[in-house]
Design a protein around this ligand. Sequence first.
Ligand SMILES: NC(=O)c1ccc[n+]([C@@H]2O[C@H](COP(=O)([O-])OP(=O)(O)OC[C@H]3O[C@@H](n4cnc5c(N)ncnc54)[C@H](O)[C@@H]3O)[C@@H](O)[C@H]2O)c1
Length: 310
Amino acid sequence: MRKAVKLGYTTILPNLALSNDEGRLLVMWGEPRSTTPPPTFHTMAFTNRLAILAGGLGGLGCATGKLLHAHGAKLALLYAPAEAERLQPTVAETYGYQNTSEAGDSIKGYACDITSPDSVSEAFSAIAQDNVAFPAMLVNAAGYVNLTALETFPPEDALKHYVINLFGPTLTGQAFARMYIERKKAEGEGKAAPGRIVNIASQAAHVALWHHGPYCASKAGLIGLSKCMASEWGPHGITTNTISPGPIMTEMGKKAWSDPAAREEYLKSVPTGSFADPDEVARIVHFLCEDKAKSINGNDVRLDGGFTIR
Ligand SMILES: NC(=O)c1ccc[n+]([C@@H]2O[C@H](COP(=O)([O-])OP(=O)(O)OC[C@H]3O[C@@H](n4cnc5c(N)ncnc54)[C@H](O)[C@@H]3O)[C@@H](O)[C@H]2O)c1
């Protein structure tokens, strides 16, 4: 019979559950002499909390949503109106529900063009109306990239980078902060869950990537914006941080890095010699959203295998 007991991080006993100092279950050992690997268990630390994911149907949005959901969070997936037909298949493939009806309150989709103030306002009003859980987390994981030589970058395409990658998170951040502040007031002092914003920037915010001009500028701007969110909304109980990944083979990653020769050449400059995985982003988001991460505010976490240190 298994028994959950409070042990230290370092104590390992067969046939017992292992938890950390807060009594959080980390792993549960199988029966003695069992050859089955020990199953891992998630905490439900985000139960009764809503995570709002802009770019919720994208590669990094899905990986992040899956991990936060596994830890109890309810999800509001914001998706571009043009990708509406992807909602149900993505929910089925990522979360194992047949569709959003089966997911019920735990996962809801909201059409939202993050570059439109009206669309953002409508989506956040609908989220407030549904009121499935306390709006505790916002992850900005929508984005756009197109590679062109800087001197010939079409102006409208340059602008598209700025509005999606920078103006979009400005609007969703504002809408989230207003919603959080209002709901926190309604909950009463000391009762609301901490607020967390995680904006997905890029290594392109830190270094000049070839033919990525407006993308680099938009991501550097996003880090600047995030520092202001951290500064102005920290006093309201919301921390804001950014993650700066190197290439990850999502749809966007494939667009920029589908050429094997270019990939191989690029990887010669990466100390770890590999691309990051979507799960690595999700794990950093999860860490930054934990209650214990209360003093991490205005930081950027680089996830680039060390590319930008050289
Ligand atoms: N994949 C990479 O190599 C990589 C590296 C560094 C940073 N990033 C950043 O991570 C974030 C997520 O990227 P991803 O790899 O998951 O890409 P992805 O292409 O898989 O997902 C991006 C999502 O953003 C959505 N989107 C685009 N415009 C939108 C709009 N106006 N309104 C609402 N949604 C919109 C797209 O429809 C798509 O679902 C982006 O900000 C990207 O810049 C990605």
